[in-house]
Design a protein around this ligand. Structure first.
Ligand code: THU
Length: 138
């Protein structure tokens, strides 16, 4: 897979930052936006969506990945996550994202100063569990 253009990374970061405006986080007040870049250059947004029944809260990265799949895209080249502090995806999100390309680029954006940290998902989740560990289907 070819290197992602820096203009696409900039677009992705902008979209994640804008998507944060839609975050529904009345319980934690921690607002997170996300955006995923799919194979044909399209970008799909996500944000965290919380619930009074706390365990039902959904992270921004997972809503973005699920929205991409729901619109027909199963290969994610990069994901941006925008928050105060520029946090990296939680463990559950790392596993969820790995399903759609273990080598995707992960960009964590601090909305306070615009600073970014960039990783490969495979480095954030070594030894991921994947379909090769499942028994073969007949
Ligand atoms: N959250 C995300 O959406 N993404 C992350 O990477 C970390 C945490 C959300 C989940 C919950 O709505 C809130 O932040 C506080 O944990």
């Amino acid at each position: 897979m070819s290197e992602i253009k820096s203009t696409d990374i900039d677009r992705l970061v902008r979209r994640a930052t804008q998507a944060r405006d839609h975050a529904y986080a009345p319980h934690s007040h921690f607002y997170v936006g996300s955006a995923v870049l799919v194979e044909d250059g399209q970008i799909v947004d996500g944000c965290n969506v919380e619930n009074a029944s706390y365990s039902l809260c959904m992270c921004a990265e997972r809503t973005a990945a699920a929205a991409a799949v729901a619109s027909g895209h199963r290969n994610i080249r990069a994901v941006a996550v925008a928050s105060i502090g520029g946090v990296s995806p939680c463990g559950a999100c790392r596993q969820f994202l790995a399903e759609f390309n273990y080598e995707m680029v992960v960009i964590c954006v601090n909305v306070i100063d615009g600073s970014r940290r960039t990783f490969k998902l495979s480095s954030l989740l070594p030894e991921a569990f994947d379909a090769t560990h499942l028994p073969a289907q007949s």
